[in-house]
Design a protein around this ligand. Structure first.
Ligand SMILES: [Zn+2]
Ligand SMILES: [Zn+2]
Length: 386
C-alpha cells in the first residue's frame, strides 16, 4: 500500500489551509466546516456538533461487524505565531503550535484513501475533536454520547513529536503520558502585628510546614519502583506585608503521575498532610484538587495491533515499541478510560523543519510526515477490519 503523490499534495494543502486559519478551544467554526465538507466530498456520512463542534464521520465497507475509531484533534493555541512563511497564521493571537492541523490533515488523507479503495470489512469512525489543549474536548464528545451513538470497538490516536526523526514511531503498552492536576490549599489563620505573633495563628509558618510535608508524598507514600510522580508547589501567596502577619496563605501547584491509583493516593495524602498540620496549629483550610488530564494508558492488545501496523509502515528498525513514558499530557486519555485503544507518537523531525518544540511560536508541523501518518491509519484499518 502506498499513497498517491496527488493525495500527499492535497494533504499538504489542507494542512497549510488549517494552519493559516487556526481556532482554539471549542470554538472552531471554520476548521469544523472545512473538515466536514472534505469528509462529505469523499462520500462519508458526517455527524456534526458532538461535544460542541466535534465531528464523527462514518465509512462502512462489506458486512463485517467489527469497527475502529481513529481520532484527530482540531484545536490551536492562544500563541502569536512568529513564523513568516506564506501559510503562517492569519488569526492574530492564535496558532497551530501543537500540530493538530497536521493530525487533522493525516486523518482526512486516510479517510479519502479508504473511501476510494474501501479495502476493508467493517466500519471506520473518523473522530475529529475540539479542545484537546484544555483537556475538555474528548470528555465533551464522550458526554455527548460518542461511544453510545457509535459502536466503536477500539480507539487510536496519534501525535507528532519534534526532536524525533521523520519516519520514526514510538509507543508503549500501559502508561505512555502523565496526568496533569492542579491543587490549591488556602490556609486561614489569624493575622496581626508582626511584633506579637503569640496573639494570632501565623498561616505562613503553617503553609511552610505544609510545603515541606508535601515533599513526603512522592518520597514516602508512593512506591519507588512502580509509581513515578511529581508534586510541585509553584506559588505561595499571602495577604501580609512587612510588619503584618497575614491572615491567609494560598499555596498552588501541579502534580503529574502515570496511573489513576497514584493520582488518588496523591490527593488523599495531600489532604491528610494539610488537615493534620492545620489542626496541629489551630488553622483552618480549604483544599481543591482539580484534574485536567488523566494519565494516558494504552491497552496492551491495541498497542500490539498498533505496533504491527507501524512495523509495516515505518519499518521495524524505526519503531520503538517500548519507549520511556513522557511527562506531557493528552486528553485522548479520557477516551482510553472508557474504550480500549492505543496512543502513539511519530517523529516530526530533528532539523529546523520539525525540530522546534511544541507550543513554541516558531513551531510548524512537518508536511513530510503527512504520508506516514495517513498510511499508518490506513494500515491499522486494513489489518483490524479484515
Ligand atoms: Zn498541545
Ligand atoms: Zn497536541
Amino acid at each position: 500500500m502506498s499513497l498517491d503523490p496527488q493525495l500527499i499534495k492535497q494533504m499538504t494543502q489542507w494542512r497549510r489551509h488549517m494552519h493559516s486559519f487556526p481556532e482554539c478551544g471549542f470554538d472552531l467554526p471554520l476548521t469544523a466546516d472545512f473538515i466536514a465538507e472534505k469528509l462529505e466530498s469523499f462520500g462519508l456520512e458526517v455527524i456534526r456538533n458532538i461535544g460542541k463542534q466535534g465531528i464523527v464521520a462514518v465509512l462502512r465497507s462489506g458486512d463485517g461487524q467489527k469497527s475502529i475509531g481513529l481520532r484527530a484533534d482540531m484545536d490551536a493555541l492562544f500563541i502569536n505565531e512568529e513564523n513568516t512563511f506564506a501559510h503562517c497564521s492569519k488569526h492574530q493571537g492564535q496558532m497551530h503550535a501543537c500540530g493538530h492541523d497536521g493530525h487533522s490533515a493525516m486523518l482526512l488523507g486516510a479517510a479519502s484513501y479508504l473511501a476510494q479503495t474501501k479495502d476493508f470489512n467493517g466500519t471506520v469512525y473518523f473522530i475529529f475533536q475540539p479542545d484537546e489543549e484544555h483537556g475538555e474536548g474528548a470528555q465533551a464528545m464522550i458526554d455527548d454520547g460518542l461511544f453510545e451513538r457509535f459502536k466503536i470497538d477500539a480507539v487510536y490516536g496519534l501525535h507528532n513529536m519534534p526532536g524525533l526523526a521523520e519516519g520514526k514511531y514510538i509507543v508503549r503498552p500501559g502508561s505512555l503520558m502523565a496526568s496533569e492536576t492542579s491543587f490549591e490549599i488556602v490556609v486561614n489563620g489569624i493575622g496581626g502585628h508582626a511584633a506579637m505573633p503569640h496573639k494570632g495563628v501565623d498561616p505562613i509558618v503553617v503553609g511552610s510546614q505544609i510545603i515541606l510535608g508535601l515533599q513526603t508524598i512522592v518520597s514516602r507514600n508512593l512506591n519507588a519502583i512502580e509509581e513515578t510522580a511529581v508534586v510541585s508547589a509553584t506559588e505561595f501567596l499571602t495577604n501580609g506585608t512587612v510588619n503584618v502577619i497575614p491572615s491567609q496563605v494560598t499555596i498552588k501547584g501541579d502534580c503529574r503521575c502515570f496511573s489513576e491509583a497514584s493520582l488518588a493516593k496523591i490527593e488523599e495524602s495531600m489532604e491528610r498532610i494539610v488537615s493534620g498540620i492545620c489542626h496541629a496549629a489551630g488553622a483552618e483550610y480549604e483544599f481543591t484538587f482539580t484534574n485536567a488530564f488523566y494519565p494516558t494508558v494504552n491497552n496492551p492488545i491495541q498497542t500490539e495491533h498498533a505496533i504491527a501496523a507501524a512495523n509495516k509502515v515505518f519499518g521495524k528498525d524505526n519503531v520503538d515499541p517500548d519507549c520511556l513514558p513522557l511527562t506531557i499530557s493528552e486528553d485522548f486519555s479520557s477516551m482510553l478510560r472508557v474504550k480500549p485503544g492505543c496512543y502513539a507518537l511519530i517523529g516530526n523531525g530533528v532539523e529546523s523543519v520539525g525540530g522546534c518544540a511544541l507550543h513554541n511560536p516558531n513551531y510548524d508541523f512537518n508536511d513530510n510526515i503527512l504520508g506516514y501518518g495517513a498510511q499508518y491509519w490506513v494500515q491499522l484499518v486494513t489489518d483490524q477490519l479484515t
